[in-house]
Design a protein. Structure first.
Length: 231
């Protein structure tokens, strides 16, 4: 332990910071895309739309059954080939590593968020729907103003827990040679030979962010548990 030198971490912090910003940006975009798309997928299943509902269930099952790293490889190597054939040129149309990461993470997380929203929709009291019908609200207004806000509020602890996992999974972009927080630390560690110091600091950063988010999850669970008891 006496041989540890954390001064190299301080000197390299701007590079690590840029990697952290990329990880946070990827998490934020994937969260927004995943939640919006996941909500749409959940509604398709909730309304049991013919044919489309089965396709959505198949998509969700597929995404939840294979590793994210495999989806990244599929999108990065296969989608350019498919686009090339669809375009008629026959040549692969490169998407780029950054676009691959953002699109893939969004599509992948949508499957998980959709299951969270779908279960939340099934948990809504039937009386809520009957009350909306009594008020002559349209189906769109019912879900936009009454049902979905309740589902998102009650499911927020689970959604946030999934987002923590999403943040941790951003380290998988190393397979695309992108520089996230872990990727930046790995590159610097190989250059200066300070692997222990770099990985220790990065572990602390991941721990701090994940722990803070976990505290938010616990706070939300406690808040809604108390609200449920008051009702």
């Amino acid at each position: 332990m006496n041989n540890l030198d954390f001064s190299v971490v301080i000197q390299a912090w701007p590079y690590l910071w840029s990697g952290l910003l990329f990880s946070l940006a990827l998490t934020a975009v994937a969260f927004v895309v995943g939640l919006v798309l996941g909500t749409c997928l959940a509604l398709v299943q909730h309304f049991e739309v013919p044919v489309l509902g089965k396709l959505v269930r198949g998509y969700v099952a597929l995404m939840r059954s294979i590793p994210l790293i495999l989806v990244l490889f599929w999108f990065f190597f296969l989608v350019p080939i498919v686009l090339g054939h669809l375009g008629g040129s026959g040549r692969p149309i490169p998407i780029g590593a950054t676009w691959t990461a953002f699109i893939t993470f969004g599509l992948f997380e949508a499957a998980y968020y959709s299951e969270i929203i779908r279960v939340g929709l099934r948990a809504v009291n039937r009386g809520q729907f009957e009350a909306c019908q009594a008020l002559a609200l349209s189906t769109f207004d019912t879900y936009r103003s009454v049902i979905l806000p309740q589902v998102l509020r009650v499911a927020s602890p689970i959604i946030l827990s999934q987002t923590i996992i999403l943040f941790q999974d951003t380290s998988l972009v190393y397979v695309l040679s992108l520089t996230d927080l872990l990727g930046a630390a790995s590159k610097l560690a190989q250059l200066n030979g300070r692997l222990v110091e770099m990985y220790l600091v990065i572990a602390v950063v991941y721990l701090a962010i994940s722990s803070a988010a976990s505290q938010c999850v616990a706070s939300l669970r406690k808040r809604y548990a108390i609200a449920g008891l008051r009702r």
